[in-house]
Ligand binder design. Structure first.
Ligand code: AMP
Ligand code: GLY
Length: 426
């Protein structure tokens, strides 16, 4: 098969890496890709927003299957555009991708179908939003309705912080149109868990659960990022809680989308909080998580191409999907200043030495080539994944490799996976 992957981050590197292992794959392309992906696939310099050019490329290269990584093109209807030209593409159509593209749509869907989620109100004008906020108490969560690269959420610990976040979104428009509507919701306390699933309509095949670390600094301090590290499995979270989340949240949501005439086909991502009352929904994403993918796919033993084809041919429920018992820990190496503005073009050294260490897989997120050198080109630069027999070993390997890689201003959290070792504190 000739496969085109859309995107160019760490998630897409992991997807390309998993697809590359399939004997069914003859040619692998990635648009636009990155310097790490270029070692496995032919990178095509077409931005993910240029559907016409991507379709032309797919036609010219007789592409048999397109796999979409990021949220923006899904929300903009890339699947509909390829389908209209008869090109097989795996991902939700625009009307299903709205589960991520609009937080208000997602919250109303969950409310309508009685699926657990934080209590909330939505607002389209600043005056009523700030009047409502004045009657609430901290902690409280303020969210931009639309996509904001994972940064449109403020978990405010004080009312001052909440007021500032609301003003930034609705008055100062720091997220542009994404913040013209906002959700103000109750702050959930507990441990977070990400459940990704292969979905075709009502058929849900969950992947192994993972935990992300959104805040930039150790101990969950500082502003939210796209994700500073992940790990799987979650030895401190009982399987019964994972099963409950799948039965009460993920499957009912897939069914609700079918009932709404928006069947979801693709990778569905449930971001959950395990509260003292059980698992509750924080968000849904219409794609794989980044950096969840970087730890989940290394544990997938079944051919990813077979799973995607089964989902596209109505056979997803019949396929046996196998996972390894290994533990995986991903540490994100970020650019100086991230998640605020950051420099680009800093030379990265030590990649080969790190990659040669036992149980290490490195996924590039924001890298490019400058002559023979790998250089930084994004906020999240690299995902260093350690694999081992348990979380402790996977962690130790990931951090040893991370310390081998250098670039000016690099920073990363030192506590990825620590919650698993400490046990469940809720
Ligand atoms: P989202 O973009 O909706 O996933 O939010 C980003 C992050 O903000 C989540 O991963 C959580 O860490 C945090 N968050 C969002 N909503 C809530 C909530 N209602 N209570 C507590 N934390 C939240
Ligand atoms: N890591 C969270 C996300 O991909 O949204």
């Amino acid at each position: 098969m000739r496969i085109l992957v859309i995107g160019g981050g760490g998630r897409e590197h992991a997807i390309v890496w998993a697809l590359k292992k399939s004997e069914k794959v003859k040619e692998l392309y990635c648009a636009p890709g990155n310097a790490g992906i270029a070692q496995l696939a032919e990178c095509v310099p077409i931005p993910v927003s240029r559907f016409g050019d991507l379709i032309q490329f797919a036609v010219d290269h007789a592409i048999d299957l397109v796999v979409v990584g990021p949220d923006d093109p899904l929300a903009a209807g890339i699947v509909d555009a390829f389908e209209a030209r008869g090109i097989p593409i795996f991902g939700p159509r625009q009307n299903a991708a709205e589960i991520e593209g609009s937080k208000i749509f997602m919250k109303e869907l969950l409310r309508k179908y009685n699926i657990p989620t934080a209590k909330y109100e939505t607002f389209t004008d600043y005056a009523s939003a700030s009047a409502y906020l004045a009657e609430q108490s901290a902690p409280i969560v303020i969210k931009a309705d639309g996509l904001a690269a994972g940064k449109g959420v403020t978990v405010a610990r004080t009312m001052e912080e909440a007021k500032q976040a609301l003003e930034d979104m609705m008055v100062n428009k720091v997220f542009g149109e994404s913040g013209s509507q906002v959700v103000i919701e109750e702050c959930l306390e507990g441990q977070e868990m990400s459940i990704l699933a292969f979905v075709d309509g009502e058929i849900v095949r969950p992947m192994v659960p993972a935990q992300d670390h959104k805040p930039v600094y150790d101990g969950d301090k500082g502003p939210n990022t796209g994700g500073m590290g992940t790990y799987t499995p979650l030895p401190h979270i009982p399987q019964a809680i994972v099963d409950e989340a799948i039965e009460k949240i993920v499957i009912p949501t897939a069914k609700a989308m079918v009932s709404e005439g928006r069947p979801f086909r693709g990778f569905l991502f449930a971001g959950l909080m395990i509260t003292k009352n059980g698992p509750t929904t924080i968000e849904f994403n219409a794609r794989m998580g980044d950096p969840e993918t970087q730890v989940v796919l290394p544990r997938l033993k079944t051919d990813l191409v077979d799973i995607i084809l089964a989902a596209m041919n109505g056979r997803l429920d019949q396929l046996e999907i196998e996972w390894s018992d290994e533990a995986a820990v991903c540490v994100i190496l970020a650019s100086e200043g991230y998640p605020a503005s950051y420099p680009k073009g800093r030379v990265i050294t030590g990649l080969d030495e790190a990659a040669a260490q036992e149980g290490i897989q490195i996924f590039h997120a924001g890298t490019s080539l400058d002559g023979d050198n790998f250089v930084t080109s994004g906020g999240r630069v690299l995902g260093v994944v350690g694999l081992g027999t348990d979380t402790a070993q996977a962690r130790e390997r990931a951090y040893k490799a991370a310390a081998t890689i250098k670039f000016d201003g690099v920073h990363y959290r030192s506590d990825i996976g620590v919650k698993a070792l400490q046990g469940l504190s809720m």
